[in-house]
Design a protein around this ligand. Structure first.
Ligand code: F6R
Length: 359
């Protein structure tokens, strides 16, 4: 039931702080250490490489997860789009472990890969929001997202839940492998900070409504740009805008823009820069200046620690590896208000279904 909310999507965006707290409750003990099935941890520890396989928004969550697994657990991690992997399987490592990210647990493209993986007798984990879903039944292990039912077609809370759970799992694996970085990473504290930061953002709905009206409502196209994790989030925020507002949106690696795509920048093209990583903040700012000089209207989404006076949206500072959990929220709200102000059916965009059960 959506209660007083006009659309499920807004309700689900609002539920994200509680989803973060719920995951901490379910998967962390009082000391803040992960509580993960020991057989699953042993199987992960035995792997020489992780393969994260997913579609759409879940694929975007995988891009963030890979950074967490590499940074906290020192295990090489590849992320693949399931429909591509299914019929073009890359050369695998000797001891691969597969992680399927799927909100619904029913995505046919991802299931096709799992069937192949099972035939090859490789171990697998499905991270899903739906207990007893097909992919959870067919994988070796399952972890549940505990995000509550996601009704809106555009995925929001499942994305942030997938990232948070991968952070917990990466810490667990890092600790099992005696990685000092994993011990130092206080995931419990980080999730608490993230929950508070998300709450502060969703409490500012009017800001995003105004911004959507001013900059996105009448544009035919827009760009989200960033580097590293900010690039991963730019892909997700662009997808959100496309699918519910029908504005053509592209998520782009900010350094790559000048290698051709900058030709599309015209007077007043909105370009939204995501800046949360200290090592690339200056570079993305230069890239924003390049588009600004060609007439683009720039909007910035920046963490407190890296903010300057004229930044548009400032996010509270959290561990740099956790920033996607916050930087995505403005993108979710901008997409929501663009769609709402266009008078569209936010929860049921054209041509789309909640779970995609054909290949
Ligand atoms: C976008 C969206 C889709 C799904 C994709 C995978 O908002 O919802 O891109 O993320 O179809 O679905 P799951 O996660 O159920 O496998």
């Amino acid at each position: 039931d959506k209660g007083t909310y006009p659309f499920y999507m807004l309700k689900e965006i609002d539920e994200q702080p509680n989803v973060m707290r719920k995951l901490a409750q379910v998967y962390l003990n009082d000391a803040g250490d992960p509580v993960i099935n020991t057989d699953l941890l042993a199987a992960l520890k035995a792997a020489d490489r992780l393969y994260v396989v997913a579609a759409g928004t879940s694929y975007h969550a995988g891009l963030v997860g890979a950074k967490l697994f590499e940074s906290l657990a020192s295990v090489p991690t590849e992320v693949h789009v399931s429909s591509e992997f299914a019929y073009n399987q890359p050369l695998l490592s000797e001891k691969p472990f597969f992680i399927f990210l799927t909100q619904s647990g029913e995505t046919a493209d991802s299931r096709e890969v799992l069937l192949n993986v099972n035939e090859q007798k490789f171990p697998s984990l499905t991270i899903t929001n739906v207990p007893n879903s097909t992919l959870s039944r067919e994988a070796t292990y399952t972890l549940l997202l505990h995000a509550g039912p996601e009704i809106a077609v555009a995925s929001t809370k499942a994305y942030t839940a997938q990232i948070a759970l991968q952070a917990i799992l990466a810490k667990a694996l890092g600790q099992a492998k005696q990685q000092s970085g994993a011990n130092a990473f206080d995931v419990k504290q980080q999730l608490a900070l993230v929950a508070n930061g998300m709450q502060a953002l969703v409490d500012e709905k009017d800001t995003f409504d105004q911004l959507a009206k001013a900059d996105l409502l009448h544009t035919p196209n827009t760009f989200y740009i960033g580097r590293g994790l900010d690039y991963a989030v730019s892909l997700e925020t662009a997808l959100k805008l496309k699918e519910i507002s029908y504005v053509q949106a592209e998520g782009f690696a900010s350094g790559e823009l000048k290698h051709g795509t900058i030709a599309l920048i015209e007077k007043d093209t909105p370009v939204i820069g995501i800046i949360t990583q200290a090592n690339t903040a200056g570079l993305t700012r230069s890239n924003l200046q390049e588009v600004s000089a060609r007439g683009a209207k720039t909007i910035t989404i920046v963490t407190d620690a890296l903010a300057k006076n004229d930044d548009t949206i400032v996010l509270p500072t959290v561990d740099e590896r956790m920033t996607p959990l916050l930087s995505v929220v403005p993108g979710q709200l901008l997409a929501y208000y663009t769609s709402l102000n266009k008078g569209l059916d936010v929860d049921k965009p054209r041509n789309l279904a909640k779970s995609v059960t054909v290949e």
